[in-house]
Design a protein around this ligand. Structure first.
Ligand SMILES: [Zn+2]
Length: 153
């Protein structure tokens, strides 16, 4: 499987803004194809204690998979935030995850990191780090090179 996932600057900035606007954990789905994130779908966090965990609204998940079956973008993973933590999977994330190869994006402050949920990952036995390749000339007048790969921690 690819060791890289691609996201546009606009989507990365949107994730940072969504996370900054909410004291609780935010979450949503990543739609795309292969290693390319094409759309963010913010979802309700239906966890009991949203300050420290997340659970994507199951209705939104079902709807996204239905769209995917009908030829839309695939659900390739999801994102969530760590409002007072670091952009790294927590032991709770590992406990709540399935080794399904999906992409996890984690937002903490200005940091966005990418991981893949696997059966024998290097982090908590569940997650392998992915390089998040940020590209595109969005609205922000970013650096001339236009690419800004963030190495995993
Ligand atoms: Zn988490």
């Amino acid at each position: 499987m690819a060791m890289m996932v691609r996201i546009t600057i606009a989507h990365r900035n949107e994730l940072i803004a969504l996370a900054a606007a909410d004291p609780d954990e935010i979450c949503g789905l990543l739609l795309g194809a292969g290693d390319q994130i094409m759309r963010l779908v913010p979802c309700r966090n239906v966890a009991g204690d949203r300050a420290v965990r997340f659970e994507i609204d199951p209705g939104a998940l079902i709807a996204a998979h239905r769209v995917a079956r009908n030829g839309g973008a695939q659900v390739i993973g999801h994102y969530h935030s760590h409002p007072s933590g670091v952009a790294r999977p927590s032991p709770r994330d590992a406990a709540d995850s399935a080794p399904d190869g999906s992409i996890w994006l984690i937002v903490a402050g200005e940091a966005v990191t990418a991981w893949r949920a696997v059966a024998d990952g290097g982090v908590h036995g569940r997650f392998d780090p992915l390089v998040l390749d940020v590209s595109g000339c969005a609205d922000s007048g970013d650096s001339p090179q236009g690419r800004n790969a963030i190495p995993p921690r």
